[in-house]
Design a protein around this ligand. Structure first.
Ligand code: FES
Ligand code: FES
Length: 410
C-alpha cells in the first residue's frame, strides 16, 4: 500500500507515493538520490540524518515520509550556495573537525541552525546544542572550535550571512521528476513499524536527588513494574516534608503542575477536564504536547491518579499516560511520595526507542518534580523550565547515551 505525498525538498516540489513505513531519510536517499543525508543509528539518537523540516532541525530517520506531506525539507545538498554553510565547511576544514565525515552533514545542519538561532552562544551553549549529534572518530574539540569561529565571524560581519542563510539555496541537485506510484520508490525490507509499544523499563536504579535550598532527602528509589504487559515505572521518594504538608501541596493542582518541568495549565485548576501542556526536550528534539487530563484524589487513603492524553502537532506524536500517587509518613518524620507511571507514545517520537535515553529523561523529570515539590512545600519557587531546555536533562541523558554508544557495537 502506498500513499501520495507532496512536499518541497531543497526548493523543488515533489510528489511521490510512499509506503507508510518509509522514513524520510530513506525517502530522500533512495528516491531522491540525496545521499548526503547519512544514517547511523536509525533510532533518532546520533544525529547523522539531521535535515531541516519547515526550517527546524529534525531526525529524518524517525520522521515518516508520509507524515511530511505538505512540509518543506532541506537536506545538506540544499545548502550548496549558502554562504553560512560555506563558512562552516571552511571552518570544519581549518579546524580539522572531521575525519571520516560520516557525522558531518548532520553536524553542519545543526551548526547552521545554532548560528542563526543563537548568535551569542558561548562554548558551553554550542556544546549543549551539538549534544544531539554524535561523532565517533574525530572528537568534539575541533567541531566546537569550528562552530565558534563562524559564530565570531558572523558577529564581525553582522547578520548578513545569517539572513542570506535563511533562504534555501535554489540549487536543484537532482532532476525535476514526478515520482510515479510504486515503481520509482523502493520497498523497504523492514517489517511494518509498531510504534506505540514502549519497551518495558529496565532494572531498578537509584538516583541522587538535590533540591535547591532544601536539605537533600534520601535518593528516589525506582523499580520496574512487575507486569511486563504494563510498561511503566514506580518510584518512591523520601521528602523532608510533613505528611499533611505534602498532601495539601499535592491537593493544589496548579502547584503540582507548576512543579512538573515543562508543564503548564491551559485551563483553570478546577476545570474538568483540565487542559494540560507539556514540553519535553530530548537533546535537540523538542515535543510540545497539549491535551486533556483528569485528577482524582482519595483524601482518606491519601492517594490519587492523574490521567491524560496529549498530541504534539509538530512531531505528530501522541501520548497517553497515567500517574498514580500516594503519600505516607516516613520513619524520620518526613513523608514518602510513591509514584507509578504508565504511558504510551505513538508517532515518530515513539521511534526514539533507546531505553537508556528515555530512562534518563524520565528519571530527571521525577528528580526535578520531587525537588520542586519539596521547594513548593517550603514556600520556595519551583524550577518549572522544560526538561532538557538548558541542558540539565540533556547533559545527563547524552552523557549516559555516549557511554552506552561507545560500549556497544551500534
Ligand atoms: Fe537518525 Fe541516527 S540515523 S539519528
Ligand atoms: Fe567520523 Fe564524525 S568525523 S564520525
Amino acid at each position: 500500500m502506498t500513499r501520495s505525498i507532496s512536499l518541497v525538498v531543497n526548493g523543488r516540489s515533489i510528489e511521490a507515493a510512499v509506503e507508510p513505513r518509509t522514513h524520510l531519510a530513506d525517502f530522500v536517499r533512495d528516491a531522491l538520490r540525496l545521499t548526503g543525508t547519512h544514517l547511523g543509528c536509525e533510532h533518532g539518537v546520533c544525529g547523522a540524518c539531521t535535515v531541516l523540516i519547515d526550517g527546524a532541525p529534525a531526525r529524518s530517520c524517525i520522521a515518516y515520509a508520509i507524515a511530511c506531506d505538505g512540509v518543506e525539507v532541506r537536506t545538506i545538498e540544499g545548502f550548496d550556495d549558502d554562504p553560512l554553510m560555506q563558512a562552516l565547511r571552511d571552518a570544519f576544514t581549518r579546524h580539522h573537525a572531521l575525519q571520516c565525515g560520516y557525522c558531518t552533514p548532520g553536524m553542519l545542519i545543526t551548526a547552521h541552525d545554532v548560528i542563526q538561532r543563537l548568535p551569542g552562544a558561548d562554548e558551553a551553549r554550542v556544546r549543549e546544542e551539538l549534544s544531539g549529534n554524535l561523532c565517533r572518530c574525530t572528537g568534539y574539540v575541533g567541531i566546537v572550535e569550528a562552530v565558534r569561529s563562524v559564530l565570531e565571524e558572523t558577529q564581525v560581519t553582522g547578520s548578513a550571512m545569517r539572513r542570506e542563510a535563511a533562504t534555501p539555496s535554489g540549487t536543484i541537485p537532482y532532476t525535476n521528476a514526478r515520482f510515479a506510484p510504486h515503481d520509482a520508490l523502493p520497498v523497504l525490507d523492514a517489517s511494518p513499524t509498531v510504534p506505540n509499544e514502549p519497551a518495558p523499563r529496565r532494572s531498578m536504579r537509584t538516583t541522587p536527588f538535590a533540591s535547591p535550598g532544601v536539605p537533600p532527602p534520601a535518593a528516589p528509589e525506582r523499580r520496574a513494574l512487575a507486569a511486563p504487559e504494563a510498561p511503566g515505572s514506580e518510584y518512591k521518594i523520601a521528602l523532608p516534608i510533613a505528611l499533611d504538608t505534602l498532601w495539601s501541596t499535592l491537593r493544589d493542582i496548579a502547584t503540582v503542575v507548576h512543579c512538573l518541568p515543562g508543564a503548564s495549565l491551559g485551563s483553570p485548576a478546577n476545570a474538568d477536564p483540565l487542559i494540560l501542556r507539556m514540553t519535553v526536550a530530548i537533546g535537540p528534539i523538542r515535543a510540545q504536547f497539549e491535551g486533556v487530563g483528569r485528577v482524582t484524589f482519595d483524601d482518606r487513603q491519601r492517594t490519587g491518579v492523574i490521567e491524560g492524553e496529549g498530541y504534539d502537532p509538530r512531531t505528530r506524536s501522541s501520548s497517553e499516560g497515567r500517574i498514580g500517587f500516594s503519600a505516607e509518613p516516613s520513619h524520620t518524620g518526613g513523608s514518602v511520595l510513591s509514584l507509578s507511571l504508565q504511558y504510551t507514545l505513538k508517532g515518530p517520537l515513539a521511534q526514539f526507542s533507546r531505553g537508556a535515553v528515555v530512562d534518563a529523561v524520565i528519571e530527571k523529570l521525577i528528580e526535578r518534580f520531587a525537588a520542586n515539590l519539596a521547594s513548593a512545600a517550603a514556600g520556595r519557587e519551583a524550577d518549572a523550565s522544560p526538561l532538557g531546555g538548558l541542558g540539565l536533562a540533556a547533559a545527563a541523558s547524552w552523557r549516559r547515551l555516549r557511554r552506552w554508544l561507545t560500549s556497544s557495537d551500534g
